[in-house]
Design a protein around this ligand. Structure first.
Ligand code: AMP
Length: 417
C-alpha cells in the first residue's frame, strides 16, 4: 500500500509518554511511524539522594541498558536526568529534546468534568488540581510530572490522558451509590472507576480480533494485576465497572481489600484504630497480602498453595471467586456478550488463575482449551477457549503507554520536520 503525505509527516513523530507516581517516573519514547519504543525506563526513589534510573534504549545507536544511582530531590530534577539519558552522546536516541513532538501524560482523575484526552493548558491544569480531593495520592504527582516536563520540553504539545475517561460513559444506575443524595451533589461521591486506558486498549483490540466494529462489541474486560478492575462494555462503551470512587472497591487486589461491608470500617475505628490506620490497612495490608499473610504476588501464592499453605490457597480462592462473581453480574446486565478478556500481569500470565475462573464460567458457555491457556503467557494474544464455544475467553496484553502515545499523536497532528 502506498504511503500518503500524512504517513510521511507521521513518520517523523516522536511521542514521549510519562507516568508519574509520588516517588517515580515511568516513561517510554515512541517512534509513531511504526509505534516502536525507542527508549523506556523507570526512575525510582525520587525525593532522595539515592534515586535509581533504569533506562533501556533501542535506537539507531543500538540497544543498551543503564542502571544509574543519582540524586533526584524532586520530579523536575528527575525529568532532567531522564532527558539527559534520551539525548546522551553514547546511549541517547535523540539528537536534541527538540526532536520530541508531543508529550503524553497519564493523569489518574479527571473527576466528573472531563471525558476525552486533551491538550494541557492552564484550564486543564486547574481541572486536575480541582480533582486532587478525589485522588490525593495520584493527581499531585501527575501534576508534578506535567510541570517538570512542560518546564523543560517547551516546544512540544503536552496532552493529558485520563484514567477515568473511558469510564465516563457509565450510566447513573451504575455510578450512583445508594447514599444520601447530598453526598453526590455536594461531595461528588459516585463511582468514577480507574484503569480506563487499559480497558479501552483491550476493548479496541478485542473488536479488531473478533472482527466487529469498535462500537458494536460487547465485552467483560478483566484487568488483573497488582491492582484489579473489571469493566462491562456494551457497544464499545463502558457501562459498569468494579472500582469505585477510589481504586479500593471491587475485586480482591495485591494489597487492597476490594468490596467489604462499609460498617467494618466503623467497627475497626470503634475497637481503637484511627481512620488513617484503617485506611492503610485496607489499601496496603489487605487483599492477597492480608489473606495470605505471605505476599501480594500471585506467583508466590500459587506456589505456596501448591506446597500446602492453607492461607495462600484461601487467598487465591477468594480472588478467583470474586472475579467469577463479577463476571456473572456483568453477564446479567449486558445485552449480549462477545467475549471475556483477561489482561494485566495476572490476566496475561497466570494459567491457573484463568483456568479456575473459567471453571466457574462453564455454565455460561466457556469451554477451556488447556493447551491454549498454558501457551497464552508472556505477552501472547489469543483465545483460551475452544473454537465455536458459546462464550469465548481471550487473553489480550494491555498497552496503556501506546494508547497514551496514540491519543497524543492524534492531538499533536501532523508534524513537518
Ligand atoms: P501488573 O500490576 O499488571 O504489573 O501485575 C503485577 C502482578 O502480576 C504481580 O503482582 C503478579 O502477581 C502477577 N504476575 C506476573 N506474572 C505472573 C505469572 N507468571 N503468574 C502469575 N502471576 C503473575
Amino acid at each position: 500500500m502506498g504511503r500518503t503525505r500524512l504517513d510521511f509527516l507521521r513518520m517523523a513523530m516522536r511521542i514521549f509518554v510519562v507516568n508519574c507516581g509520588s516517588s517515580s517516573i515511568k516513561y517510554q519514547l515512541f517512534d509513531m511511524a511504526d509505534e516502536s519504543v525507542l527508549a523506556k525506563g523507570l526512575l525510582e526513589r525520587i525525593g532522595t539522594t539515592t534515586a535509581m534510573l533504569h533506562h533501556s534504549t533501542n535506537g539507531r545507536r543500538g540497544k543498551g541498558q543503564i542502571d544509574l544511582q543519582i540524586a533526584a530531590p524532586n520530579h523536575t530534577a528527575g525529568m532532567a536526568v531522564i532527558l539527559k539519558a534520551l539525548t546522551d552522546r553514547d546511549i541517547g536516541v535523540l539528537d536534541s529534546i527538540d526532536d520530541i513532538d508531543g508529550v503524553g501524560h497519564r493523569v489518574v482523575h479527571g473527576g466528573e468534568e472531563t471525558t476525552a484526552s486533551s491538550r494541557i493548558d492552564e484550564k486543564l491544569i486547574a481541572l486536575i488540581r480541582r480533582n486532587i480531593d478525589l485522588a490525593p495520592l495520584h493527581n499531585p504527582p501527575n501534576l508534578a510530572g506535567i510541570e517538570a516536563a512542560m518546564a523543560t520540553i517547551h516546544h512540544a504539545a503536552h496532552v493529558a490522558v485520563f484514567d477515568t475517561a473511558f469510564l465516563s460513559t457509565l450510566p447513573p444506575m451504575a455510578y450512583r451509590y445508594a447514599v444520601p443524595n447530598e453526598w453526590h451533589t455536594k461531595y461528588h461521591v459516585r463511582r468514577y472507576g480507574f484503569h480506563g486506558t487499559s480497558h479501552r486498549c483491550v476493548t479496541l483490540r478485542a473488536a479488531e480480533l473478533l472482527g466487529k466494529p469498535a462500537d458494536k462489541v460487547n465485552l467483560i474486560t478483566c484487568h488483573l494485576g497488582n491492582g484489579c478492575s473489571m469493566t462491562a462494555v456494551a457497544g464499545g462503551k463502558a457501562v459498569d465497572h468494579s472500582m469505585g470512587m477510589t481504586p479500593l472497591e471491587g475485586l480482591v487486589m495485591g494489597t487492597r481489600c476490594g468490596d467489604i461491608d462499609p460498617a467494618i470500617v466503623l467497627r475497626m475505628i470503634a475497637v481503637g484504630m484511627s481512620p488513617a490506620e484503617v485506611d492503610t490497612a485496607l489499601n496496603k495490608a489487605g487483599g492477597l497480602l492480608g489473606l495470605s499473610e505471605l505476599s501480594n504476588d500471585m506467583r508466590d501464592l500459587l506456589s505456596a498453595a501448591d506446597a500446602g499453605d492453607a492461607n495462600a490457597r484461601l487467598a487465591v480462592d477468594v480472588f478467583v471467586y470474586r472475579v467469577a462473581k463479577y463476571i456473572g453480574a456483568y453477564f446479567t446486565i449486558l445485552p449480549s456478550l462477545d467475549a471475556v478478556v483477561f489482561t494485566g500481569g495476572i490476566g496475561e500470565n497466570s494459567t491457573p488463575v484463568r483456568q479456575a475462573v473459567c471453571h466457574y464460567l462453564a455454565r455460561l458457555g466457556a469451554i477451556m482449551d488447556e493447551t491454549r491457556n498454558s501457551q497464552a503467557v508472556g505477552g501472547q494474544t489469543g483465545p483460551i477457549t475452544a473454537d465455536g464455544c458459546k462464550l469465548p475467553v481471550w487473553v489480550i496484553p494491555t498497552n496503556e503507554e501506546l494508547m497514551i502515545a496514540r491519543d497524543t499523536a492524534a492531538i499533536v497532528g501532523p508534524v513537518s520536520h
